[in-house]
Design a protein around this ligand. Structure first.
Ligand code: DAT
Ligand code: MG
Length: 153
């Protein structure tokens, strides 16, 4: 089967410290998405500024860089049909107070500055972020036995 769309998802330092890595992974696995890469790492400031480049100059930028580099994160690549949009839906709104129930941020977070997870906002962002976080590759291709039960093919 061909490789479906890919997206980048990261459990931020607050999610690691709150022991919610498994909770996040379980939600995406249960949905039927495929985990194809995962690593724990601490992001260097230069890399954080690159990752969040679109927010440079905004009032929250410095705090965001400080926060995202403050401890280990778990970087992942997930695969599936329309996975970029689907993961954004599963994550919920940027402000956890506005994120719907059933979403990761809606269920588990209360503050924009500590909203647990990052997910790519477009296929272009996904491509850029996957290359930034996994320059060495290490993205796996394998079949899920359930794929024939998940998709119409
Ligand atoms: P998202 O993470 O939902 O894609 P974003 O790209 O607009 O949201 O912002 C990136 C992160 O920056 C976000 O997850 C939390 C932080 N952030 C955004 N807006 C903020 C604000 N007004 N105050 C504080 N932090 C903010
Ligand atoms: Mg964003």
């Amino acid at each position: 089967m061909s490789v479906r769309e890919r997206t980048f998802l990261m459990v931020k330092p607050d999610g690691v410290k709150r022991q919610l890595i498994g909770n996040v992974v379980t939600r995406l696995e249960a949905k039927g998405l495929k985990l194809v890469a995962m690593k724990m790492m601490q992001i260097a400031p230069e890399m954080a500024e690159q990752h969040y480049g679109e927010h440079k100059g905004k009032p929250f930028f410095n705090g965001l860089i400080e926060f995202i580099t403050s401890g280990p994160v778990v970087a992942m690549v997930w695969e599936g049909d329309n996975v970029v949009e689907m993961v954004r839906t599963l994550i919920g709104a940027t402000d956890p107070r506005k994120a719907g129930p059933g979403t990761i941020r809606g269920d588990l977070a209360v503050f924009t500055g500590k909203n647990l997870v990052h997910g790519s906002d477009s296929t272009e962002s996904a491509h850029r972020e996957i290359n930034l976080f996994f320059p060495e590759g290490g993205i796996y291709e394998y079949m899920l036995p359930v794929e024939s039960s998940l998709y119409d093919e």
